[in-house]
Design a protein around this ligand. Structure first.
Ligand SMILES: [Zn+2]
Length: 140
């Protein structure tokens, strides 16, 4: 049998209270997404779908650049921001995540360099552009 090549890749989800760093609810490591067990079990269906989609976009980002994705994600604030903007844009389009929350969260929690000009206004503009792009593509 021939497997379709255009099927959206899906990371396998594991639940663990130990393997996800403090202050985070989930982490993607290539084909594996680990979600904090207590958080996931307390979450409603929509929230579960939101985090699964978000982490899966990170998996797709890994597949695009398997050799450099994690190094760049950890050490390059602009690359990290671009990755998060893309993942959250999918959440805004498909999970109705509030744009204002995403913007504030990214500005507060993702280590954007001070003085880099990445304030809420600029991040908001980037998110809006990505939301526009994502809403034109088929649901992942
Ligand atoms: Zn993310």
């Amino acid at each position: 049998m021939i497997a379709p090549v255009n099927k959206t890749p899906k990371a396998t989800i594991y639940l663990s209270n130990w393997l996800v760093p403090r202050k985070m609810v989930a982490i993607n490591i290539g084909p594996i997404s680990i979600i904090k067990k207590d958080w996931y079990e307390a979450a409603g269906e929509n929230t579960r779908q939101y985090i699964e989609r978000h982490e899966n976009i990170h998996y797709i980002q890994f597949l695009r650049n398997p050799w450099t994705h994690y190094i760049r994600y950890l050490f390059n604030a602009k690359y990290r921001l671009d990755c998060e903007i893309e993942a959250y844009a999918h959440n805004v389009v498909h999970d109705k995540t509030a744009k204002s929350w995403v913007i504030k969260f990214l500005c507060a929690e993702y280590g954007l360099p001070h003085g880099s000009g990445y304030d809420e206004k600029k991040v908001g503009k980037m998110l809006m552009e990505e939301v526009k792009r994502v809403s034109k593509i088929k649901e992942l």
